[in-house]
Design a protein around this ligand. Structure first.
Ligand SMILES: [Zn+2]
Length: 640
């Protein structure tokens, strides 16, 4: 899903424009969630805290009547399931009480049911239902969908005097339009969707369009999807669509891209959707082939401001480059491999956001990719705290926090790529997608971490503690002090914006620039106040911290001290001891205060300089007068 937040909109055919940088929080509503994830300790999910349904969904068949002008949804949903637990107290589903349930049919016979508040529908199955048995339950219902929580669940809007009606279930909205098991543990192996609506309307949905039948002034569209699918990714959109098709290739295999758009917008949208093919080829090359080869990918225009990655058919409120890339990316990250808890929403949104960023890198580098990084880092560091891990899954606005789940999640991946290198990072992502335990199933952060560590060969626990569970970011201070004409001492310190992290251990790149040359050095910054001696081979006149923007950091500063004359002095100010770097052993060294009084001083010449003991001096300004190689000089210092 992508909300109204967007940074950049490059338009196809090099017509580039720059919209205002907006920050709009999506869905501010707070709701109670039936699919609320359990508590976490470290990266271990307590599965025992999940709701126990006692059945495993195999197949769903939707037979719906939808008339956008009337706002009514009615019909039936059939669930074929395998018994996996105790159903003696009934089989539980969720459906809003805004709907009237007409009947519940179990294996062809009507049975009793209870439909109460809290979306609870309990069908009283004949006993006993033995584990392993496969059965069918069909719920017949009708009604006007409730207003809906989260992002609306069911939306409706006029365009050019024609009604459009659509569903958007993520995260908990399935129950606002169909009766079913709405959680993150169970994917239906396949689905059929039949939608009957007045003839002027067409329905866009998951999978392949099998048929469109016209009869008695109505059109029935039959969509079939044969891949495992989680409930929140099932969707329908109904309006007077025009349809056009494009072709892409994924790892050499053709994939049809089918677009359902409002007739009045078709010409403009065609300009934009033409970009989809190249992005699909990029993702297929970087990661794995499109997960739903054999069916299609598609876009269906709808009236919500953002986009939603319904499986094989993203619903689009607009068609800019970034949102096309973002929703397509979800087909790998979110749809083929689905988060197993809303606490891990970054596995969906962080990846989709980052893949959109990488699409800029590959197709619009030079301006858009650096700009994406600048704006993303600026957005994430616009507040001092906030973690990627979602503590409170009852808050839809927290789950879908653009700053934390989308952009900090994306930059977390960006930093892992920096830390591991491209080859290892992309190999680990491919292993994650190809893992047979996860592919077309569910994954948590610990699964991704496992694959990253397996390729990287190093423990990433500290990284996840700092960047995933921890809050905030570092501010770096780089001090670059010339020792002789050839070498510099580089010292890096950091402060943290939030007390939850004591220190961010990261490789830090620093670019040193001279009059006609530059060099970039990566420092493994694992301790505060760490120092290195470097030999750039030229006089440095400027310093750039993290020049290629790999790190989430802000308010970075540097201090460059080039030698002037015979000596260099550090630290200055000083508390106990200081060094004077000199080209030779001094003939004399004297210290004076501001009134000209000489102070007692002890010094030792060793290495390339003199160590002065100044601990006994009072605080204030002093001058050092020295004679070296026959020349006299004076430097000022501060005693703290
Ligand atoms: Zn998204």
């Amino acid at each position: 899903m992508k909300t109204q937040l967007h940074f950049l909109i490059p338009v196809f055919a090099a017509l580039l424009c720059l919209p205002a940088f907006s920050q709009i929080e999506p869905g501010s509503g707070v709701l109670h969630c039936a699919a609320k994830g359990g508590c976490r300790h470290g990266l271990i999910f307590k599965n025992s805290e999940r709701k126990l349904y006692g059945y495993d969904v195999k197949y769903l068949r939707f037979n719906l009547n939808i008339d956008p002008a009337q706002e009514i949804i009615g019909g039936s949903v059939l669930t074929r399931f395998e018994v996996s637990g105790d159903l003696s107290q009934g089989l539980e589903m969720e459906l809003s009480t805004a709907f009237t349930i007409d009947s519940v049919v179990f294996n062809g016979s009507r049975i009793n049911f209870n439909h109460s508040g809290d979306y609870k529908l309990v069908a009283n199955l004949p006993n006993p239902q033995l584990p392993g048995a496969v059965a069918e339950l069909e719920v017949f219902y009708h009604g006007i969908p409730p207003e809906g929580e989260g992002f609306g669940s069911v939306g409706r809007a006029l365009h050019s005097d024609v009604w459009a009606m659509w569903t958007l279930s993520e995260p908990y909205g399935c129950r606002d339009w169909w009766p079913g098991k709405n959680d993150l543990t169970d994917k239906a192996d396949s689905i059929d969707i039949f939608v009957r609506s007045p003839e002027i309307y067409r329905t866009a949905s998951n999978g392949l369009l099998i048929s469109e039948d016209l009869a008695d002034g109505y059109r029935t569209c039959h969509w079939k999807h044969k891949f495992p699918i989680v409930p929140y990714l099932i969707a329908v959109a109904v309006t007077n669509y025009e349809v056009y098709s494009e072709m892409s290739y994924s790892a050499g295999t053709p994939v049809e891209i089918i677009n359902y758009v409002y007739p009045e917008n078709k010409a403009a949208i065609m300009q934009q959707t033409a970009q989809t093919a190249m992005i699909m080829e990029l993702f297929s090359d970087l990661f794995t082939p499109y997960p739903f080869i054999g069916e299609k990918y598609g876009h269906a225009q709808f009236g919500w401001g953002g986009g939603m990655e319904h499986q094989t058919m993203s619903f689009m409120g607009r068609f800019d480059f970034e949102i096309i890339a973002h929703e397509l990316a979800h087909q790998w990250f979110g749809n083929a491999v689905t988060l197993n808890s809303w606490q891990d929403i970054w596995l969906n949104e962080g990846f989709a956001t980052y893949l959109a960023g990488m699409s800029y890198q590959h197709f619009f580098d030079g301006y858009w990719w650096p700009r994406w990084k600048t704006l993303s880092i600026g957005f994430v560091t616009s507040e001092p705290g906030g973690k990627v891990f979602v503590d409170d899954t009852t808050s839809v606005s927290r789950i879908f926090s653009p700053r934390l789940s989308y952009y900090k999640g994306a930059l977390l991946l960006h930093m892992l790529r920096w830390k591991m290198g491209d080859d290892a990072f992309f190999a680990a992502c491919r292993n994650y997608l190809n893992d047979s335990r996860l592919n077309y199933g569910f994954a948590g952060t610990s699964d991704l971490k496992y694959h990253l560590e397996a390729v990287h060969g190093k423990d990433l626990t500290g990284f996840f503690e700092d960047w995933y569970y921890g809050e905030g970011f570092p501010s770096y201070h780089v001090k670059c002090n010339q020792l002789t004409s050839n070498d510099y001492r580089v010292n890096i310190t950091q402060s943290q914006s939030h007390p939850s992290v004591s220190y961010f251990e990261m490789p830090v790149a620093v670019k040193f620039k001279g009059a006609d040359r530059d060099t970039t050095i990566v420092f493994e910054h694992i301790l505060n106040d760490q120092s290195w001696i470097i030999y750039p081979g030229f006089k440095i006149d400027s310093v750039f911290i993290d020049p290629d923007q790999w790190l989430v950091s802000a308010n970075n500063t540097y201090e460059l001290i080039n030698k002037s004359g015979d000596v260099d002095i550090y630290p200055n100010p000083s508390t106990t001891q200081m060094r004077l770097i000199m080209s030779a052993e001094p003939e004399s060294i004297k210290i004076f205060d501001l009134s000209g009084r000489e102070m007692p001083v002890d010094f030792i010449y060793e290495g390339s300089g003199v160590t002065l003991e100044v601990g006994l001096l009072r605080q204030g300004y002093y001058f050092i007068r020295y004679v070296v190689e026959g020349r006299t000089g004076v430097v000022k210092f501060i005693k703290n």
